[in-house]
Design a protein around this ligand. Sequence first.
Ligand code: SF4
Ligand code: MG
Length: 322
Amino acid sequence: AELLVEAKNLKKHFPIRKGLFGQKKSYVRAVDGVSLSIQKGETMGLVGESGCGKSTTGRMIMRLLAPTEGEIWFNGRDISKLNDKQLQETRKELQMIFQDPYASLNPRMNIGDIIGEPLVIHGMMTKKEREKRVHELLEYVGLSSYQANRYAHEFSGGQRQRIGIARALAVNPKLIVADEPVSALDVSIQSQVLNLMQDLQKEFGLTYLFISHDLSVVEHISDRVGVMYLGRIVEIASKESIYANPLHPYTKALMSAVPIANPRIKRERIVLQGDIPSPSKPPTGCTFHPRCSACMEICKTVVPELIEIEPGHFSACHLYNQ
Ligand code: SF4
Ligand code: MG
């Protein structure tokens, strides 16, 4: 398989000012050293509770946010330090689908103009060609070309997400970052949209970074899955491996809350103790240690590295570090 994306030690630290006169500067470590790779044509799922840094990671890979530190290699070149003009060129290859199809579609533009807008932004196609392309895109996502003149409010949530997908597809991107694309939809509609995304992936050879807090949704669509906790990836593996055999205590706890289809697999529900600590004051050592029932002395001081425990299955936990 060919690499499309390689993020190396990505960090995003947002400054916050503390104290009445803002004299004490501190940082929220939203993303604190994420490395991950995405192969061409695969779906990489990124999962974790809200605030774990998965959206920030997606936005840095999209280059909507500049990383504080680290590199992003896309299709063989480092895009983390591009200037605005170079970025504009690269943006064609990277498109995003957002969580809320209500908020992300302009209410004053008709659907045809919304879907065709990226083509205008990138100066691609004549008006005539664009019209044809929009009609084609509407059909790809299961809508009809005659709907191009309608407005977003005339569509259901699921249809609006289809419109968002058509818009993302318009410029023939290589990578689509989808941030909670089905979280605002009814469960019955979710699988339709996920199936559509999978069909389009096959048809157009798309690569997805799929971000979600929902483990069932991630299981449905991903080839590989990374689990994030407090700005770091704590486990990464193939979907099969991570769902059947989670290694990190945090992943185990998350997985234990997911209903499983196979009744022969017995899984005890693990209830996590305490809340997620603030990313402005992360715990020392393994940042999961205050909530971990397997915590050892070393965990309180030494940060566990993400290491390969089984072929292709990486975990950042001292339990496996012998
Ligand atoms: Fe738990 Fe220690 Fe593993 Fe962290 S490193 S998850 S505290 S056992
Ligand atoms: Mg988010």
